[in-house]
Design a protein around this ligand. Structure first.
Ligand SMILES: C[S@@+](CC[C@H](N)C(=O)[O-])C[C@H]1O[C@@H](n2cnc3c(N)ncnc32)[C@H](O)[C@@H]1O
Length: 311
């Protein structure tokens, strides 16, 4: 073996050790794995967190957050961070008029880009479907939230991943997804699941319950208020509810890593959309201002909480 080859091998080894040390420190690898003989041995292995990053090759039965991470790290998203400086220095523009994302993409908003650049759109639809797939792991614990409902509209429900999980758990539930036409135009309706092309700022169909998952975080307070008021008009005063699934920041109780992750998402939203991650007080202000009388927050999975909002 010549010296050059030995040097390269050594460098690779050092790099690999540095990488493993880094992954260990964030709990993405473990140093102990169970051998075929069921004994604990010293070796690098995956943890529950890193298992979620394995691709499921389209098999929705296997939970995976790999498409979500790929969407967050996509050059179209990351490039937008380079435009924060220009965004701060803009004159005569409110934050919702031109986000860093728009500055990076010739004025195209996040949702326009999602709708027009096929590769990005497919990646984001896949990301949202897989993120929603996580609900499958916890739906049994949240059955009382949906029990007794006969109809539900998932507003901005993308390709219907959440509705499909709900229908599996509640076969009598009639679900509709209200979405932009480029997302749902080609999706087939089934007996329990209808796709409605429309603009959520114009009209929201009537139902016992309205679901808003990962939608309001992308909307400004004014936009969120408009949407919530429309939701309130679309549900019955007695027995109706709005179910929000989103992040709730609790800077006093969240563990350090959890808070850090929630605030990182807040930065991501700031770059791409006019919304923000909200604290319990922020959510309370919004829902009461929209005319609802009470709400209940329950942590659901990962960083997300489920917020039931009642007229
Ligand atoms: C962040 S995604 C959330 C998707 C889904 N609720 C989920 O959690 O998987 C927001 C969704 O809202 C849809 N959307 C955005 N603006 C809309 C509008 N004006 N009318 C209807 N849908 C809209 C987008 O197409 C996208 O699918």
């Amino acid at each position: 073996m010549n010296l050059q080859y030995k040097k390269q091998g050594f460098c690779r080894c050092v790099l690999e050790l540095r990488r493993q040390k880094c992954l260990l420190s964030v709990n993405f690898t473990t140093k102990k794995v169970i051998s075929q003989n069921e004994e604990e041995v010293d070796a690098y292995g995956l943890t529950p967190s890193s298992r979620l990053l394995l691709t499921n090759n389209g098999n929705k039965e296997v939970l995976s957050l790999s498409p979500y991470v790929l969407a967050v790290l996509h050059p179209a998203t990351v490039t937008s961070f380079h435009f924060i400086g220009s965004w701060f220095q803009q004159k005569d523009a409110t934050p919702s008029q031109a986000m860093p994302f728009q500055l990076a993409h010739h004025g195209m908003s996040f949702y326009d880009y999602w709708g027009n650049i096929t590769e990005y759109g497919d990646l984001l639809n896949d990301a949202m479907a897989n993120d929603s797939g996580m609900l499958k792991a916890v739906i049994k614990d949240f059955k009382p939230v949906f029990e007794g409902l006969t109809s539900l509209v998932d507003v901005g429900g993308n390709t219907g991943a959440v509705c499909k999980i709900l229908i599996e758990a509640f076969p009598h539930l009639k679900c509709s997804v209200l979405e932009l036409s480029h997302v749902v135009a080609d999706l087939p309706n089934t007996e329990n699941l209808k796709f409605i092309e429309g603009d959520l700022f114009q009209a929201i169909p009537q139902a016992d319950a309205i679901l808003l998952k990962s939608l309001l975080r992308g909307c400004s307070d004014d936009e969120s208020l408009t949407i919530l008021k429309k939701c309130r008009e679309s549900i019955p005063c007695n027995g109706g509810k709005v179910v929000i699934i989103d992040i709730v920041i609790d800077s006093t109780k969240d563990e350090h890593e959890v808070l850090e992750a929630k605030l990182s998402f807040d930065l991501l939203i700031m770059v791409c959309l006019p919304g923000r991650e909200r604290s319990q007080k922020d959510w309370e202000k919004l829902v009461l201002k929209a005319g609802f009388t009470r709400y209940k927050i329950t942590p659901i999975f990962g960083l997300k909480s489920l917020i039931e909002v009642f007229p």
